[in-house]
Design a binder for this molecule. Structure first.
Ligand SMILES: *Cc1c(COP(=O)(O)O)cnc(C)c1O
Length: 398
């Protein structure tokens, strides 16, 4: 492909990669005894828990259901106040609203677009202890949050942490002892959640996962995922016989079918490959855009680099910042490159504005939003396609 030739098919910002092995895994499950509530669910959970280094995993119908169950398991109610970032998918905040709790935002660190721990501390210190109950930091774009820092705050102020790790399976930060801490490993957060939407690293169509090292929360999540029902003889209040089960609290049907878990298992077996390719693509973009006038590459927290120079960034997104973002977005679209904007700040959405937030509340998030653009980033993006993207971005910016 030459620099001036045009694309026949559009390049999206992200897309799934489905192989023959993936298809075979789904077909095999379709022909098995269980379409749902079968053996593939636990198999996927165990493999995923191993992948992120957590003790327990609970597979659910999507990432939003995962967030909702986390909020329920932690006892979020009308009295609960939780702090999260405005630069995230709205589901990170909505899970608290589902339970009637109050969402408060704290502004981002402009260098990384991650929730700024100093801003969170200032908010916590401005209120009596006990005023806030939880934190939901997000590994935005695949850049791992330094959860060791957030844990210190959480311990000091008596808070729980849900890590929204949808962008970061396989990502890690390096803690103060020099240890790699995988996103979702449960070492610092009480719970972590992932999504298997097709734009994410591991795709099952719809699907989600919760990981934790806390056995009590794990047992609670299992129950809440399926109507609040348990059949475990050890947990029953009465027992009338083999058919007996109890609905012990108000749960939901947030189960994921076995076909999707089979697909997830097959995808998970290639996760490292996909992640390595994402890092390669990021390196190519870095070479093209770092030190290029008019383009700023979204930075990475120092904790995402380990002492061997490896990066723990999981590169769900590759974000650049430019002055004329709308101009660049439209120009790329004319050339069949479908870049995307992540994210419109949550507090500026009509729903959150109706709850009292307004434009101007979080200036760093809003400045970031006015300049950011996510370029195509997915393992099957070819080098030729990437060169085309780079050439078109430079053509517009120069
Ligand atoms: C995708 C995503 C979600 C929601 O996941 P779904 O599976 O689409 O419900 C939540 N948070 C973040 C940061 C996401 O990227």
């Amino acid at each position: 492909m030459t620099q001036n030739s045009e694309l026949k098919t559009p390049i999206p910002y992200g897309r799934q990669h489905i192989t023959e092995a993936d298809i075979a895994a789904v077909v095999e499950t379709l022909q098995s005894d269980f379409l749902t509530q079968g053996p593939k669910v636990a198999e996927f959970e165990q493999a995923f828990a191993r992948y992120v280094g957590a003790k327990y995993a609970v597979a659910v119908s999507n990432g939003t259901a995962a967030l909702h169950l986390c909020a329920l398991a932690l006892g979020v109610n009308e009295e609960t106040r939780v702090i999260t970032t405005p630069i995230t998918f709205v589901a990170s905040a909505n899970c608290i609203r589902y339970c009637g709790g109050t969402v408060e935002f704290a502004d981002i660190d402009p260098k990384t677009a991650l929730l700024d721990v100093a801003n969170v501390r200032a908010m916590l210190e401005s209120k009596p202890k006990g005023y806030y109950h939880g934190l939901i930091p997000v590994d935005f774009a695949g850049a791992p949050v330094n959860l060791e820092d957030f844990r210190k705050l959480a311990d000091e102020f008596g808070l729980w942490i849900i890590e929204d790790a949808c962008h970061a399976p396989g990502g890690y930060f390096t803690d103060s002892k020099g240890n790699k801490q995988l996103c979702g490993n449960g070492a610092y957060a009480d719970l972590a959640i992932f999504s298997f939407h097709p734009v994410k690293h591991i795709a099952t169509g719809e699907g989600g996962m919760i990981t934790t090292n806390d056995e009590k929360l794990y047992q609670e999540l299992l129950k809440l995922r399926t109507h609040g029902i348990t059949r475990d003889p050890a947990l029953l209040e009465e027992n009338h016989g083999g058919w007996y089960m109890e609905m012990q609290e108000l749960g939901y049907n947030y189960r994921i079918p076995d076909m999707l878990c089979a697909l997830g298992l097959s995808q998970l077996s290639r996760a490292d490959e996909g992640l390595a390719r994402r890092k390669q693509i990021a390196l190519q973009y870095d070479e093209a855009f770092r030190n290029y006038e008019g383009i700023e590459v979204l930075g990475t927290d120092a904790a995402a680099l380990s002492s061997d120079g490896e990066t723990g960034h999981a590169y769900h997104l590759y974000v650049i910042k430019v002055q004329d973002r709308k101009g660049l977005y439209d120009f790329l679209r004319e050339h069949n490159i479908f870049a995307q904007v992540h994210y419109i700040p949550a507090h500026t959405m009509p729903y959150y504005r109706n709850l009292g937030y307004k434009k101007g509340d979080f200036p760093e998030a809003e400045l970031y939003y006015s300049q950011c653009l996510s370029l195509p980033m997915y393992p099957t993006l070819t080098s030729e396609e990437q060169e085309f993207v780079i050439a078109k971005v430079k053509e517009f910016v120069k």
